[in-house]
Design a protein around this ligand. Structure first.
Ligand code: IPE
Ligand code: IPE
Ligand code: MG
Length: 239
């Protein structure tokens, strides 16, 4: 594989994706393959997040949206949901200063239903602290479900007593209001499905699936995915 600096040099600055979304999958299988508890896989997953956020800032990416916990993940046994949410809270506390100093805006998207007061408070504080930064916008999807996001949007419309909405206006009722749709969607771990992620927003995203498990996902592979994206002919239904 090429070195990081070679890959960075290969990226064409005039066709950079503006927004990359990632389904960070495979933490559990990574842990299993090493005979470790699943939470250790999630912990290693946070280290991968750190690398990818860092390189995203270095290459001047505008938006990165990462799937950390879905509305369906509550089904998991053995207190895994609680362990994952606690890990998210601890990681946020540990990393927020450095994120702020790296000019990152961090915002959490998803439902607050079932999220502890202490985590919700930290999510809000993190956004308040970083919202005037001008670098990478990092959106972390926690307790996120694409169908729920759409239904919540419709409920907001109903509250306003609107009886119709345009295609242009509806995205203003989603968590991603004001954010351009993802140009590139990456999913690790070999699964080729969407798992209720950004189902409205990815209508025309390019897809990059890799067998690499999330804790093993490197800056080099991320850069390679961008280079691959730059070879695609996006037609948006045209010719
Ligand atoms: C992704 O890894 C992280 C979360 C869904 C919280 P998984 O925990 O789904 O890992 P696998 O799919 O079991 O390997
Ligand atoms: C999607 O992964 C959710 C996150 C990465 C947070 P899952 O592991 O939950 O998806 P499925 O169950 O394999 O579809
Ligand atoms: Mg999984």
């Amino acid at each position: 594989m090429k070195s990081k600096s070679e890959l960075v040099a290969e990226i064409k600055k005039n066709s950079m994706p503006c927004h990359i979304a990632i389904i960070m999958d495979g933490n559990g299988r990574w842990a299993k393959s090493k005979n470790l508890p699943r939470v250790k896989g999630h912990y290693e997953g946070t280290r991968a997040v750190k690398r990818i956020v860092k390189v995203s800032g270095e290459i001047g990416l505008d938006y990165l949206t990462i799937y950390a916990f879905s509305t369906e993940n509550w089904k998991r046994p053995n207190n895994e949901p609680k362990a994952v949410l606690t890990l998210i809270e601890n990681t946020l506390m540990k990393e927020i200063r450095e994120l702020y100093e790296s000019n990152v805006v961090i915002k959490f998207i998803g439902s607050r239903d079932g999220i502890s007061k202490s985590l919700a408070q930290k999510m809000d504080n993190a956004y308040e602290l970083t919202k005037n930064n001008t670098g990478l916008h990092l959106f972390v999807a926690v307790n996120y479900g694409g169908r729920l996001e759409i239904v919540e949007g419709i409920n907001a419309l109903l509250k306003e007593k609107k009886n119709s909405i345009t295609l242009e206006d509806f995205p203003n009722y989603l968590y991603t209001k004001g954010v351009p749709d993802p140009d590139l969607l990456i999913r690790t771990s070999g699964e080729m499905r969407i798992s209720n992620y950004l189902i409205w927003q990815i209508a025309y995203s390019e897809m990059y699936f890799t067998k690499t498990l999330w804790p093993d996902f490197s800056q080099e592979e991320f850069l390679q995915a961008i280079i691959d994206f730059q070879t695609r002919a996006r037609r948006f239904g045209g010719v």
